[in-house]
Ligand binder design. Sequence first.
Ligand SMILES: Nc1ncnc2c1ncn2[C@@H]1O[C@H](COP(=O)(O)OP(=O)(O)OP(=O)(O)O)[C@@H](O)[C@H]1O
Length: 275
Amino acid sequence: MATHETPSGLLIEMHNIVKKFNIGTENELTVLRNCEFDVAPGEFVSVVGSSGCGKSTLMNIIGMLDRPTTGSYRLSGVDVLALRDDEAARYRSLHIGFVFQNFNLIGRISARKNVEMSMMYAGVGRKEREARADELLAMVGMSDRAGHSPAELSGGQKQRVAIARALANNPDLILADEPTGALDSKTGRMVMDLFHTLNQEHGATIVFITHNPELAAETTRIVTMHDGVISGPRAPRVPQQALRLGVDAAPTEVIARADTASSRGVDKHERGDQA
Ligand SMILES: Nc1ncnc2c1ncn2[C@@H]1O[C@H](COP(=O)(O)OP(=O)(O)OP(=O)(O)O)[C@@H](O)[C@H]1O
């Protein structure tokens, strides 16, 4: 796997990204316009902007689920746009963890199997997969539901499993698209606190798309999209010594901290300090 030590010190380097849909037809649409987007290791960056401004389109390109029409994109120093589709799929599965609004868990298998699945694609052996899935589910406080199927879990529990799955291959980057969007405010708070713990305690680099300005304000940097154009502060240019994600820290301690922070958030909520 590539490491964070890139010549620029940046994890994501996007330059002059343009995305057009339906090229050459009467429906041609330019959705991203000369976007510059850099992220340094260890950042927790939120991307905000009104509906239809291009956030998910940007996310799909960062997540290597789609390619830009023009522009350059390096992830962990690798020119990922130069990769063939099969190479890109493998690179994506090893380097990026996704968390979606609607969880995107596989319904007919257990929480543990959902976490294991991405490791299976990465070629991790069964014993190691099972052990790591258990560690990750402990980390997100879901050990007691590991054998349950997604239908038997609450929204917050599903999202915790999805976060454990996103961490499975020790990714360089977590991409979270409205991860609290389908959750009530208390559960959303808990999920957000888990992201903070992963960022602060484990050095996880997170790009977080949200409509919620209060949640965005908690992150280390906010960029705004407007009609396909990104604005906001640039990534710190000084190379950072970021920790790679790992579960070597005591998992129970991690979730305990998230839970404590979560109750603090609820208290604030009850006091009316936040929406
Ligand atoms: N595959 C596609 N083909 C054509 N147009 C598309 C496609 N995907 C997105 N668009 C258009 O691109 C624009 C930006 O969409 P995108 O989903 O990126 O916005 P968004 O900021 O994520 O919106 P929301 O906050 O509502 O999710 C929209 O006008 C949308 O209709």
